[in-house]
Design a binder for this molecule. Structure first.
Ligand code: FPP
Length: 236
């Protein structure tokens, strides 16, 4: 399929990607799970750049590591943390110009050096006004809501509305999710941005993440464009 950027008239303001299938991709090739994550990381870098600099998507959220993922074998967890460590240490500002990094999740629950580097990079990129990258690491959407409520209690808030809650989430000030892609064919949210995805459209391509290409992304965005979003109202 030839990509024709012009045919995309409607681009999501906020795209979420649930990375899935690294392990199965590796198993099919007789490789270790960590090698699947290595390939998946390559895909991530390529797709992120395409999202920002080809399609101009203002906010992209990536589900990279959930609070449940700590239960995986130690060598796999170590590999993922090492990947994240390198990602933060690389020339992020050169590789992702005009991108503000935001980490969704419990930063202080990460290895100390990673937590320090996360905070440093968040600070250093805070003036990137064109694009935002939400990297969900050590993330659980239910915990995010619990965290938000506890913060409100601490602040002495006695009555909440939707706006108060939204303003206490890690995505404060951002638009809600428009479109969520989960690769590998699995069809569930797995505790990813439950509040923010209230009216999102969902797309479940049957391709493992390491094999997800720029053309798959283009096809996904064409699919988003074809969806009739009504937000609970009657078709006009
Ligand atoms: C899901 O596939 C993938 C993950 C849990 C980790 C994905 C993360 C990266 C590739 C990037 C690492 C970078 C950072 C920023 C931490 P799976 O292992 O669940 O696949 P399976 O369902 O086929 O086993």
């Amino acid at each position: 399929m030839e990509k024709n950027i012009q045919e995309l008239k409607k681009i999501p303001n906020h795209l979420g990607i649930i990375i899935d299938g690294n392990g199965r991709w590796a198993k099919k090739r007789g490789l270790t799970r960590s090698m699947g994550h290595k390939a998946g990381f390559g895909t991530l870098e390529k797709i992120l750049k395409e999202c920002f600099y080809t399609y101009n998507i203002p906010v992209v959220s990536i589900y990279a590591f959930s609070t449940e993922n700590w239960n995986r074998p130690k060598d796999e967890v170590d590999y993922l943390m090492e990947t994240f460590r390198k990602y933060l240490n690389q020339e992020f500002k050169n590789d992702y110009p005009e991108v503000k990094l935001n980490v969704l999740g419990d930063i202080d629950g990460l290895p100390e050096d990673i937590a320090i580097n996360c905070k440093k990079l968040i600070e250093e990129t805070k003036n990137g006004t064109k694009y935002t990258l939400n990297m969900a690491v050590n993330y659980s959407s239910q915990d995010e809501l619990v965290h938000a409520y506890n913060q409100m209690i601490e602040e002495g808030v006695t009555k909440v509305d939707r706006e108060t809650i939204a303003n206490h989430l890690y995505t404060k000030g951002q638009p809600p999710l428009d479109f969520v892609i989960r690769t590998s064919g699995e069809q569930r949210l797995s505790n990813f941005m439950l509040w923010q995805a209230a009216y999102a459209e969902f797309y479940f391509p049957k391709v493992y993440w390491p094999a997800f290409t720029k053309n798959h992304l283009h096809k996904a965005l064409l699919e988003y464009q074809s969806r009739d979003r009504r937000f609970g109202a009657i078709k006009g």
